[in-house]
Design a protein around this ligand. Structure first.
Ligand code: BTN
Length: 325
């Protein structure tokens, strides 16, 4: 067991023991000295765990259900899962997508996740920046290795959007999806998804699914240019979100919808996605790389392309930025 695994194991044992766990027991379970256990306890305290030490009884976790947001807690929470099988937690990175890309290149398995407290170069879609301050939101990238051709990976976009929307509705909100995969609450952007792919002509090597969810960010801390168009779950519900618990919840939805997509294809995924899509029949503006057009949204076809009606004709949109008018 490496140092990090030992800390995860100590937290697991402290949580499992209703009360004190003796230093003797911890050291025997881990196969390390009691001094080593004590050093880990010190490290865990620095990570935000309140641990009481009694010379006669041992160690006790004092936090009840309160959870810090760090690699140890996330690993404890995600133990045994496929999505979250490996947790790479960083206090600060340029972009979790960039880190996940490097890890995937060097062979990290499907389900490995990269999570950061803050990103210095958080990436959004279409070359935009993703605001990534510390201490408040979720920035996560998941390594996926779907056994499909590059064209088949489009369905993933929708599977992930459904999973994020589901996790947001589990917090008591009624999210909507904005084609293809923005998540809005009360009409404002709450989460975004950025997929990056490494592929050959006939197969996908891996996909990095990067997800940013505004969880506890207060309105006044959003930069001015997005203050009216973005929001967070806490702003909408008035209750702070436990970031680690939200992460575990969202990953379990993702694992499930990814499974549905691989086994049954895009159809059931799109059916679920349509349950969150509210733009059908409404006027929209679509920004392409080279032009901007307006029309009426007529839903999506069986591949997930957006159907845009203009001057009586239907145009299939497969990439672009869609806004309600
Ligand atoms: C969007 O523009 O809507 C997509 C935003 C995706 C942001 C997330 S945050 C975690 C991951 N790392 C990044 O650099 N971007 C994605």
């Amino acid at each position: 067991m490496g140092e990090k695994e030992q800390e995860v194991e100590i937290v697991r044992l402290l949580k499992a023991s209703n009360g004190y766990a003796s230093g003797q027991r911890l050291s025997a379970s881990l196969g390390v000295s009691r001094t080593a256990v004590w050093k880990h306890i010190e490290a865990l305290r620095k990570m935000g765990y309140a641990i009481e030490a009694s010379p006669s009884k041992g160690y006790r976790l004092l936090m009840g259900d309160a959870r810090p947001f760090n690699g140890v807690e996330l690993s404890t929470l995600l133990a045994g899962r496929s999505f979250g099988s490996e947790v790479h937690f960083f206090e600060s990175v340029d972009s979790t997508n960039a880190r996940a890309f490097e890890l995937a290149r060097s062979g990290a398995p499907e389900g490995a996740v990269v999570i950061a407290e803050t990103q210095t170069k958080g990436k959004g879609r279409i070359g935009r920046k993703w605001e990534s301050p510390a201490g408040t939101n979720l920035y996560i990238s998941i390594i996926l290795r779907p056994p499909v051709a590059p064209q088949g990976a489009a369905g993933l976009t929708f599977a992930l959007a459904v999973a994020v929307a589901e996790a947001v509705s589990n917090r008591g909100l009624k999210p909507a999806v904005k084609w293809p995969n923005d998540i809005l609450t009360g009409g404002r952007k709450t989460a975004g998804i950025l997929l990056e792919m490494d592929s050959e002509p006939d197969r996908v090597n891996f996909v990095i699914a990067g997800i940013g969810v505004n969880l506890n960010m207060k309105k006044e801390f959003f930069p001015e240019n997005i203050r009216e168009t973005a929001t967070s779950i806490c702003e909408e519900t008035g209750s702070p979100v436990d970031r680690a618990a939200f992460t575990a919840d969202m990953l379990s939805s993702m694992e499930r919808w990814y499974g549905v997509y691989l086994k049954e294809g895009i159809e059931p995924v799109l059916d679920a996605w349509k349950g969150f899509f509210r733009s059908t029949g409404k006027p929209v503006k679509v920004t392409f790389l080279d032009r901007v057009v307006e029309g009426v949204c007529r839903g999506v076809d069986s591949t997930g392309a957006l159907l845009l009606e203009r001057d009586g004709a239907i145009e299939r949109v497969i990439s672009g930025d869609v806004e309600a008018l």
